[in-house]
Design a protein around this ligand. Structure first.
Ligand code: SF4
Length: 445
């Protein structure tokens, strides 16, 4: 049963020494109670307190880091089965697959693509995460050459090395420097050798078994060997099989009914038949590492968009930073359009403004991500906020006129905004799609 913060506090040394990174023992206790800290961060805990706290306070799904440096990614540390219960925290790493039977040029091209490709959506840069190299040749030398090819691109991407042959993995690891690749996979047959390699090179390790009991047994075996950064491959026979197993793993892990299954889950979409469907289901149904063929542009954008949507906190709208944004190169006589910092509103309006080809300013005010209608109804969008934003972002010095265009849905505020700012308020259309026509007809300075 989970302990409350005060029960945890009673077990702490109460030195308030800050060595755990928290200002007091009580703050640390509160973090432990929320599963947001690790007991190992306090160096003064007795072994007894550690074992009591460790079992009840660590996150139900272990956080595992894949790779090092800027392109590394973290998976696991999730707390809920349904996104609307709270949020999902660590988006799955989507990793492009290459085989060591491909030519050097092909491997290089895929690596460069993952290194360079970025898709910008609602203000975020979305990218694929790494390269999985599969030992299909059966030759350790060929596998090592393929891994060396990936590393020679200097993409600094987290690699996944896929082979059951520890000799091939050993040969490949020579080329991975300090990148700590994810090794796939330890099985009941080879886990001793795989654990030895993972420990020697500081790598996280995928364990693979076709049953949940088999996975739990392997987790016990590998942790006993000293490897605890583990990822579970339930080796599904079909996509439906994956969903059933990954859902069961998540459920058993977050309820702590089976702590040995409290690890992130791996999905090889290249083996799942319909790869696009596999990626989508993997994102939605608890895969933390998804290996896929290099995707063509349409499915690539779809995968990145879905991942961004599912891993956005449903209780917090995606927000833009408030400020004064330029569309084109506006001069002193350019129109100023005020709106809210709900990102969908921002990007929709910005798109329509760009298509008008009329340079202008967008004054974005902080309504904590609420849309115009909601912000007006909730009183978040009001004359004081607009007046303060005009001042804060120095709009008066950017333009020579004193006219402010407000959204149609904010029309009830027009008089109060005029009084508060001293600017003439023009009420724009309700629908951003009509802004071009509105500016062409109404904007005269
Ligand atoms: Fe308290 Fe331990 Fe943190 Fe020091 S390191 S403040 S003793 S919890």
């Amino acid at each position: 049963m989970a302990l409350k913060a005060l029960d945890i506090y009673k077990l702490l040394p109460k030195k308030n020494c800050k060595e755990c990174g928290d200002p007091t023992c009580l703050t640390f206790a509160m973090k432990l109670a929320g599963g947001k800290a690790d007991v190992d961060l306090c160096p003064y805990l007795s072994d007894e307190a550690k074992s009591v706290l460790g079992a009840t306070t660590r996150p139900p799904i272990r956080l595992v880091k894949v790779g090092v440096g800027e392109r590394s990614f973290k998976v696991g540390e999730e707390f809920v089965l349904y996104r609307h219960d709270k949020t999902f925290y660590h988006p799955p790493g989507i990793v492009f697959h290459v085989s060591d039977t491909q030519t050097e040029e092909e491997i290089e091209a895929v690596t460069r693509r993952v290194r360079d490709e970025t898709f910008t959506r609602v203000g975020s840069d979305l990218r694929f995460n790494g390269i999985a190299i599969r030992n299909e040749s059966g030759s350790p030398e060929t596998f090592a050459r393929a891994v060396a090819m990936v590393e020679s691109v200097e993409a600094h991407l987290p690699p996944i090395l896929i082979s059951r042959d520890t000799a091939a993995l050993k040969a490949a690891l020579v080329h991975c420097g300090s990148y700590h690749p994810l090794l796939h996979a330890a099985t009941a047959e080879n886990f001793h050798e795989m654990c030895a390699l993972a420990k020697q090179h500081g790598c996280p390790l995928v364990v693979q078994a076709g049953t949940l009991e088999g996975l739990a047994r392997l987790v016990k075996d590998c942790t006993a060997e000293g490897v605890s950064d583990l990822i579970l491959d339930p080796a599904p026979d079909s996509l439906g099989d994956f969903v059933v197993r990954s859902t069961a793993i998540r459920q058993l892990a977050i309820t702590r009914a089976a702590p040995d299954l409290g690890y992130p889950v791996y999905l090889d979409a290249t083996r799942a038949g319909n790869e696009d469907a596999a990626i989508a289901l993997g994102i939605v149904k608890y895969a933390s590492v998804i290996v896929t063929s290099p995707l063509s542009p349409g499915p690539a954008k779809a995968a990145l968009t879905l991942r961004q949507n599912i891993y956005t906190d449903p209780q917090k709208p995606i927000q833009m930073n408030p400020g004064l944004y330029r569309v084109g190169t506006p001069g002193k006589d350019a129109p100023v359009l005020m709106t809210v910092n709900f990102s969908l509103t921002f990007f929709t309006l910005q798109g329509y403004l760009e298509s008008t080809r009329i340079p202008c300013f967008m004054l974005i005010v902080d309504t904590e991500g609420l849309s115009v209608l909601t912000a007006v109804a909730a009183g978040k969008l009001n004359e004081t906020l607009v007046r303060d934003s005009v001042k804060k972002f120095d709009v008066e010095n950017e333009v020579s006129h004193r006219k402010l265009i407000i959204p149609g849905y904010a029309s009830p505020l027009s008089g109060r905004i005029e009084d508060a700012t001293g600017w003439k308020v023009l009420v724009g259309p309700r629908d951003a799609a009509e802004i071009g026509e509105y500016l062409h007809e109404e904007w005269k300075n």
